[in-house]
Design a protein around this ligand. Structure first.
Ligand code: SRM
Ligand code: SF4
Length: 559
C-alpha cells in the first residue's frame, strides 16, 4: 500500500480550514471550472464540479472545454423540510439548476447543472430558508439518516431528535462557508476544528439511526450506526454499530463492502460522546495515504474490533454493555397513508429513482409545488429517494391525495418497482461506467413482465442498480444488485435478505441487459417452482445453493 500521504491531505492542511482559493476560483470567468485544489475543497461546502458526459466527446472534437456545471447536495438531517422550504427548493431548481430536484439515498436533495455564475446565489437562496450544504460532501460526517417519520410515535420523535443532535455535534465548525457564500464576517486566526482538526477526516463518514423493525436506513452499511432499543416506557438506549460501508473498486480485492460490527449498548445520553469518540478514532487511525482504504471499515479491520471498541470506550469514557437483540423486518419504505400517534396522517409517495421533475405524463414537480402551497405539516425525504407528506390533518387528506394522483405522484406500481432504487450515474456522475437512473425504469418494466410470466406478480424482491461499484444505491445489500461494469454491462449480485442484514455476492459478471433478463427468467422460473412458503427470493438463492452466503467481506467476491 502507498505510504505517501495522499495529495488531498496536503490540500486540506493548507486550506486554512477549507477556504483555499475558492473565492478566486469563483471569480475566474475564463473557465466554468475551479482550480483543482478548490474542486476538492468545494465538496466540504456541499458541491461537486461535474461536466455533462453526454456532451464530452462533441465538445472535445470542437476543442471546447468540457461543459462544466456543479452538483450541490444540501444538508438535511432526518430529511425534513417545511412547505415553505420546499417552495424555495423548487423555485431554485427551476431558475438556477437543471429544472429538477434529485432526492438521494441519504435523505436529502441535490441540484444538478448549476453554472458557476449561479452557484453563490443558489447557496444564498437556500440558506435564506435555513437550509445549508455544509458537510453535504467532503471528508466529514454526512447527512445523518433517521426514519423519516418522527411524528409516527413518541419514540420516533425522540430518536429523530437524537439524530439531529448527532448531526449538530459532528458538524465542522469552520466559518469558511459563511464567509465565502454568505458574506459573513472573516475570522482572523480565530478559526478551529476541535473535533476534526485541520486535516478533517481521512475520508467521508456516514451515520444512521435506525428504529426497528424498519431498517429503511440500511444501518449496517454506515460507518457509524445507532439502533434504537425501546421498552414499554420508551427509549432505553442504542446498540452502537461501527465499520459498515459499500464502496469497492472493480479488480481490487483489497476493497470490499462491509457490514458494521456491534460495539454494544449505550444509554441515550451517551450518544454524543460515543459518536465523537468514533470520529476521533477514525481521525487519528484512518488511512491518510490511500483514499481507497481510508473509510472506517478498513480502520476497524486493521485495528481489530476489540481494540477499536476499547479505544472508543477510553475516549468517550463510556463502557459498552452487551448489545440487545433486535429484529429488523424490512429495508426500503412503506407506501401510502399511515396515521400518526398525534391523529395526523402521513402519505409516503414513491418517486422513481428520486427524480422530481415534470415530464409530459407526470408533472411531479408541479404536483409537489401545489401540495406545498396547501400543506401545513412538513415533508420528509426518505433514505430510499422517496417523499413523505407528513402531518396532514384528516380534513386535508382528500385534497392532497387528489393533487398527488392528478400529477402522477400516486400511481399504482408493482411491489418490485416500489422496492427498486438506482443511483444517479450518467450523464452527471464522473464515476459512472454504465447507466442507472436513466435505464432502470425501462428495465423494471421488463423485469415486471418476467415476474408476471412466472406467476409472481406480487414479488417484493429488493432490486438496486448502480452505474459503478461505489455503491451509492447500496446495491450490495439488495436481493438483486446490478453494478455497472462498463457501457451497458453490469455485474449481477444475488443473495441479500430483503432486510439489509446480509451482503450479496457476485453471481454473473458483465451482463448486458438481455443477459440480465435471461438470467432472471431462469431464476424466477426456479423460484416460482421451488420456493418454500413465504421464502424470499434472496433466501431462496442461498438455500438452493445458487451461491454461498458471504461470511467474510474480505474474501473478494465482488469482481
Ligand atoms: Fe455516492 C461518490 C451520488 C449515496 C458511495 N456519489 C458519489 C458522487 C459524488 C460521484 C463523485 O465522486 O464525483 C456521485 C454524484 C452523482 C451525481 O451526479 O449526482 C454520488 N451517492 C450519490 C447519491 C446522490 C446517489 C443517489 O442516487 O441517491 C447519494 C447521495 C447521498 C447523500 O445525500 O449524501 C449517494 N454514495 C451513497 C451511498 C449510500 C449511502 O450513503 O447510504 C454510498 C455507499 C455507502 C458508503 O459510502 O459506503 C455511496 N459515493 C460513494 C462512493 C464510494 C465510497 C467508498 O467508500 O468507496 C463514492 C466515490 C468516492 O467517495 O470516492 C461516491
Ligand atoms: Fe456515480 Fe457510481 Fe455513485 Fe452511481 S454508484 S452515483 S455511478 S459514483
Amino acid at each position: 500500500m502507498d505510504s505517501k500521504v495522499h495529495a488531498n491531505e496536503i490540500i486540506k492542511a493548507g486550506s486554512n480550514y477549507l477556504r483555499g482559493t475558492l473565492r478566486e476560483s469563483m471569480a475566474d470567468e475564463l473557465t466554468g471550472a475551479l482550480d483543482p485544489a478548490d474542486a476538492q475543497l468545494s465538496k466540504f461546502h456541499g458541491f461537486y464540479e461535474q461536466d455533462d458526459r453526454d456532451l464530452r466527446q462533441e465538445r472535445q472534437q470542437k476543442l471546447l472545454e468540457p461543459y462544466y456545471s456543479f452538483m450541490l447536495r444540501a444538508r438535511l438531517p432526518g430529511g425534513i423540510c417545511t412547505p415553505r422550504q420546499w417552495l424555495t427548493i423548487d423555485s431554485v431548481a427551476r431558475r438556477l439548476g437543471n429544472g429538477s430536484i434529485r432526492l438521494t439515498t441519504r435523505q436529502t436533495f441535490q441540484y444538478h447543472g448549476i453554472l458557476k455564475r449561479n452557484l453563490k446565489h443558489l447557496i444564498q437562496e437556500i440558506n435564506s430558508v435555513m437550509i445549508d450544504s455544509i458537510g453535504g460532501c467532503g471528508d466529514v460526517n454526512r447527512n445523518v439518516l433517521c426514519n423519516p417519520n418522527p411524528v409516527q410515535s413518541k419514540l420516533h420523535a425522540e430518536v429523530s431528535q437524537w439524530a439531529r443532535s448527532i448531526s449538530e455535534a459532528l458538524l465542522p465548525k469552520t466559518r469558511a462557508y459563511h464567509e465565502i457564500w454568505l458574506d459573513g464576517e472573516r475570522v482572523e486566526g480565530g478559526d478551529s476544528e476541535p473535533l476534526y482538526g485541520e486535516t478533517y477526516l481521512p475520508r467521508k463518514f456516514k451515520t444512521a439511526v435506525a428504529i426497528p423493525p424498519s431498517n429503511d436506513v440500511d444501518v449496517y452499511t454506515n460507518d457509524l450506526g445507532f439502533v434504537a432499543i425501546a421498552e414499554r416506557a420508551g427509549l432505553v438506549g442504542f446498540n452502537v454499530l461501527a465499520g459498515g460501508g459499500m464502496g469497492t473498486t472493480h479488480g481490487d480485492i483489497s476493497t470490499y463492502p462491509r457490514l458494521a460490527d456491534e460495539l454494544g449498548l449505550i444509554a441515550p445520553e451517551q450518544v454524543i460522546a460515543v459518536a465523537q469518540a468514533v470520529v476521533a478514532v477514525q481521525r487519528d487511525h484512518g488511512n491518510r495515504c490511500s483514499r481507497r482504504h481510508a473509510r472506517l471499515k478498513y480502520t476497524v479491520e486493521s485495528m481489530g474490533i476489540e481494540s477499536f471498541r476499547r479505544e472508543v470506550e477510553r475516549r468517550s469514557d463510556v463502557t459498552f454493555q452487551p448489545p440487545r437483540p433486535v429484529s429488523f423486518q424490512h429495508q426500503g419504505d412503506r407506501y401510502g397513508w399511515v396515521e400518526g400517534g398525534d391523529g395526523n396522517w402521513h402519505l409516503t409517495l414513491y418517486i422513481e429513482n428520486g427524480r422530481v421533475t415534470d415530464v409530459p405524463d407526470a408533472q411531479l414537480m408541479t404536483g409537489m409545488r401545489k401540495i406545498a402551497r396547501l400543506h401545513q405539516g412538513d415533508f420528509r425525504i426518505t433514505p430510499n429517494q422517496n417523499l413523505v407528506v407528513a402531518g396532514v390533518p384528516e380534513k386535508h387528506k382528500e385534497r392532497i391525495e387528489a393533487l398527488a394522483r392528478h400529477h402522477g405522484l400516486l400511481r399504482s406500481r408493482s411491489r418490485l418497482r416500489l422496492n427498486s432504487i438506482a443511483c444517479v450515474a450518467l450523464p452527471t456522475c464522473p464515476q459512472a461506467m454504465a447507466e442507472a437512473e436513466r435505464c432502470l425504469p425501462e428495465l423494471m418494466t421488463e423485469i415486471e413482465q418476467l415476474a408476471a410470466s412466472h406467476g409472481l406478480p406480487d414479488l417484493t424482491t429488493v432490486i438496486r442498480m448502480t452505474g459503478c461499484p461505489n455503491g451509492c444505491a447500496r446495491p450490495y445489500v439488495a436481493e438483486i444488485g446490478l453494478v455497472g461494469k462498463g457501457p451497458g454491462s453490469y455485474n449481477l449480485m444475488l443473495g441479500g435478505d430483503g432486510r439489509g442484514l446480509r451482503l450479496n455476492r457476485l453471481y454473473r459478471e458483465n451482463l448486458k441487459q438481455a443477459g440480465i433478463l435471461q438470467e432472471l427468467d431462469r431464476l424466477f422460473k426456479r423460484y416460482a417452482g421451488e420456493r418454500l412458503d413465504r421464502e424470499s427470493f434472496g433466501d431462496f438463492t442461498l438455500r438452493v445453493g445458487l451461491l454461498p452466503a458471504v461470511l467474510d467481506s474480505r474474501e473478494g467476491f465482488y469482481d
